[in-house]
Write a protein that binds this ligand. Structure first.
Ligand SMILES: Cc1cc2nc3c(=O)[nH]c(=O)nc-3n(C[C@H](O)[C@H](O)[C@H](O)COP(=O)(O)O)c2cc1C
Length: 355
């Protein structure tokens, strides 16, 4: 694969201006298509000091692709080639669905942010499963998280069954599973963050599908502190394997400019809020629940501070749009440098040291 600096320069000079001249969702579809057609370059060489083991799984590095970018698992090889240690695919719903009406994705370049109200467009689990099976057979080094959500026309009493069905069909194909109860664009979904609802969900999943893989819960940044602490306590009681913090935000204060668009805010404006959540979760669970830190990360320093706050793994989405395809490799090089300069031998030594 060509040097990262050459890829970044080409992205900034040619590809980014072109993609930014298109409708944001069309540009996204084009990018995913390009990645899915990319020839299978060998993945970049990994740095042993960035490897980390969690739930008995060896992650080649702690930088992952956040959910939403590859909802239908069409570009797995591409994410591996770009240097990601893992990719969270999805949100996958049981049945195929189109999502909300368009337009539903907007860029706010001056704030390095996005707003979306996609509402889980998904080809459904029957289309996604064979793709992952094929990649597993072909052999991949990237680890795969699968992010699950209910169909939008599922009534509240059927939501647990949707997660269970996903778990049964896709669970065995995942390295880890993320239960998404925090997207702001599916009405009622965030109610499942309440301790009662979470307990109900986990009881149903365990009864029907067992737990073939580590199961994490993805939470919203818009929780009050006391709500967050109750979630932490419930997660400890239920033996939840991890918390993904955080999803997009419905708050607009951090955006700093007015925006007429409804939906979830991502990117730089939510960086500080995500870090606050990571630190609160790590402190409140006394480091007992692994955290995937996501929100606003675009540099090695951002990732470093999320990890110091308590994230064992870090994910990004919006930075890929603004910084380009070299972003994971650039962050990894910077993290290796920060480790060396601060006298650490392994990234796992840094997790939560700011607590
Ligand atoms: C366009 C878009 C679509 C997203 N779709 C999903 C999704 O389907 N499921 C999910 O759990 N998170 C989804 N997210 C949230 C991201 O996974 C991530 O939590 C959030 O964007 C914060 O990270 P970032 O600031 O690095 O983008 C989406 C984000 C964006 C921007």
């Amino acid at each position: 694969m060509p040097a990262v600096s050459a890829i970044d320069a080409a992205y900034r000079q040619f590809l980014k201006p072109f993609l930014f001249s298109l409708d944001a969702e069309y540009a996204h579809r084009l990018t995913i298509r390009m990645l899915s057609l990319m020839p299978p370059f060998p993945p970049p060489r990994e740095r042993p000091e960035l490897a980390i083991k969690l739930w008995g799984i060896d992650f080649p590095n702690p930088i992952g692709l956040a959910a939403g970018m590859d909802k239908d698992a069409v570009a797995i090889r591409g994410w591996e080639t770009l240097g990601f240690g893992f990719a969270e695919l999805g949100t996958i719903t049981p049945r195929a669905q189109a999502g909300n009406e368009t337009p539903r994705l907007w860029r706010i370049p001056e704030r390095r942010a996005l707003i979306n109200r996609l509402g889980f467009p998904s080809e459904g689990m029957a289309a996604v499963a064979p793709r992952i099976e094929r990649m597993r057979k072909a052999g991949i080094s990237i680890r795969l998280g699968l992010n699950f959500g209910p169909n939008s026309d599922t009534p509240p009493e059927g939501v647990a069954a949707d997660y269970t069905a996903l778990m049964e069909r896709l669970g065995p194909l995942a390295d880890f599973i993320v239960i998404n109860v925090s997207s702001p664009n599916t009405p009622g979904l965030r109610n499942w963050q309440s301790p009662e609802k979470m307990s109900e969900l986990f009881a149903a999943m365990r009864e029907k599908a067992g737990e073939p893989r580590p199961v994490l819960v993805k939470i919203a940044p818009d929780l009050e502190r006391n709500e967050l602490f109750r979630i932490c306590e419930t997660a400890l009681e239920l033996g939840v394997d991890g918390i993904v913090a955080c999803n997009t935000s419905v708050a607009r204060e951090a955006l700093g400019v007015s925006s007429p668009h409804p939906g979830g805010l991502s990117g730089r404006p939510i960086l500080i809020r995500a870090r606050e959540l990571i630190r609160d979760i790590h402190t409140h669970t006394r480091g007992k629940i692994p955290i995937i830190g996501v929100g606003g990360v675009s540099t090695a320093e951002d990732a470093w501070l999320h990890i110091r706050a308590g994230a064992a793994l870090v994910e990004l989405y919006t930075a890929l749009i603004y910084e380009g395809p070299g972003v994971a490799e650039r962050i990894k090089a910077g993290l290796a440098d920060l480790l060396r300069r601060n006298g650490f031998r392994s990234i796992s030594e840094v997790v939560g040291i700011d607590r």
